[in-house]
Design a protein around this ligand. Structure first.
Ligand code: ADP
Length: 230
């Protein structure tokens, strides 16, 4: 929203903005404001009720949207974002689309922040999906070559309001972890040798015979499916 608005302001100031030019930009701004409203409403609902709205989700769309969204930030910070998918069509997963997109965006943002903090090393962040036939799930990883996570900080990462950034709120990982746990998975952190970190989690591949009933009874307590939990 601020990018679109700042762009419009500088065009108006430069006397370059006609109605035809400004209208599509304003429409995009409106779209993003509505989207932001939906995201905030969804996160608020989740924090209050802790119930994700899971359905058959076309993960490739969520990944494309997240990359497109993070791309603006990446370009400004001179970081290359990569998307790596397994061969063949990606199966649907059983997940809440808005919440999972927020988790991925949060991990991408953290990975880019860590890349900038590191000052050296490849300025590359990779969003990776692998298929795990054994647990019938997809593993989603965000890999950076950033500053890494010192041992003394590792245990505090998920604490509410823990942040090492001057402008950080420190709520991102705490909410991400809850969202992932309510998807019957775990948010795992591994070192990316020689430098950086990998944040990863799995999502179950959609199986109509198992998941349909849970979609029909969204208030049913989350219990039975732990197939993808290592
Ligand atoms: P915020 O980004 O607002 O600080 P988060 O909860 O998302 O809040 O992250 C908490 C802290 O975890 C960060 O301040 C940072 O110190 C650390 N962190 C998160 N992701 C990474 C990463 N990819 N590499 C290194 N440190 C990280």
């Amino acid at each position: 929203i601020s990018n679109y608005s700042m762009g419009s302001v500088s065009r108006i100031k430069a006397g370059k903005a006609g109605v035809e030019e400004l209208l599509p930009v304003l429409e995009k701004t409106t779209q993003q404001a509505l989207r932001a409203g939906n995201v905030i409403r969804r996160i608020r609902e989740f924090v209050k009720r802790k119930a994700p709205d899971r359905k058959a989700l076309q993960l490739s769309r969520t990944l494309d949207d997240a990359i497109a969204f993070a791309e603006m930030d990446a370009r400004n910070r001179n970081i290359h974002l990569e998307l790596s998918l397994p061969e063949g069509p990606l199966p649907d997963v059983f997940a809440d689309p808005i919440l999972i997109e927020q988790v991925i965006l949060n991990l991408l943002k953290n990975a880019m922040d860590a890349t900038v903090t590191a000052r050296s090393g490849p300025r590359r962040v990779r969003l990776e999906v692998e298929r795990d036939e054994h647990t019938r799930s997809l593993r989603i990883s965000v890999r950076d070559h950033g500053c890494g996570i010192p041992d003394e900080i590792r245990d505090k990462l998920f604490e509410p309001f823990f942040s090492t950034k001057t402008e950080g709120m420190g709520m991102g990982l705490n909410i991400c972890r809850s969202i992932i746990e309510y998807h019957d998975s775990r948010l795992e952190i591994l070192p990316n040798l020689p430098q950086g970190s990998v944040f990863q989690f799995t999502l179950p591949i959609w199986q109509a015979d198992i998941h349909q009933t849970r979609t029909e009874n969204p208030n049913e307590p989350v219990h039975t499916i732990h197939a993808n939990t290592p």
